[in-house]
Design a protein. Structure first.
Length: 174
């Protein structure tokens, strides 16, 4: 599967081999992606789900793209891993749920909006996707801002776990 290219980023879909490196050989992982090594990757939020992503790709090879993606900023001299995002699996009943995280030093630059926006468009280009959902903590102003910029709509009241739920539908679904 090819990367997605945006104005400032290259989004690379996770593969079994990349995830294996991410779990067991970070220097090999950074080298394979062609990015500068960084001390804060993978994040504490990502570490526990890496085996799940790997296992899901082993069970469902066609899910490539429907799980994790790496967000890379290619500079003139070096490339940097700025964050990641993806979906929680292949579409079910026309729906996929997106999640994302930008590294601390790359926040408030519009990179999450750019990358997540490209991933949402990628998903909505598939005939079997009618809507993309997302959830975020009610106090996560930055994430709520990203979702609003991407034309997600708040779809219900705060849940018992403190999460707000958002949705973006295809034009045909409005």
């Amino acid at each position: 599967m090819d990367p997605i290219t945006t104005a400032r980023l290259r989004l690379v879909p996770a593969t079994i081999s990349l995830i294996e490196l991410e779990i067991s050989d970070l220097s090999g992982f950074f080298e394979t992606l062609g990015v500068e090594p960084i001390p804060d990757w993978p994040s504490v939020n990502l570490v526990p789900v890496l085996p799940f992503f790997r296992d899901q790709l082993e069970l469902h090879p066609t899910w490539a793209g429907w799980l994790s993606w790496y967000w890379i900023h290619d500079g003139a001299d070096t490339s940097h891993l700025v964050g990641g995002g993806g979906f929680k699996g292949a579409p079910t009943d026309g729906c996929v749920e997106i999640g994302y995280e930008t590294r601390l030093s790359y926040r408030q630059m519009g990179l999450a909006t750019e990358a997540a926006g490209a991933q949402v468009l990628w998903a909505l280009e598939h005939d079997n996707v009618t809507h993309v959902t997302a959830e975020t903590h009610a106090d996560n102003v930055a994430s709520i801002g990203v979702l609003k910029k991407l034309r997600f709509v708040h779809i219900d009241a705060e849940s018992k776990d403190g999460l707000l739920h958002f949705e973006r539908r295809t034009k045909a679904q409005h």
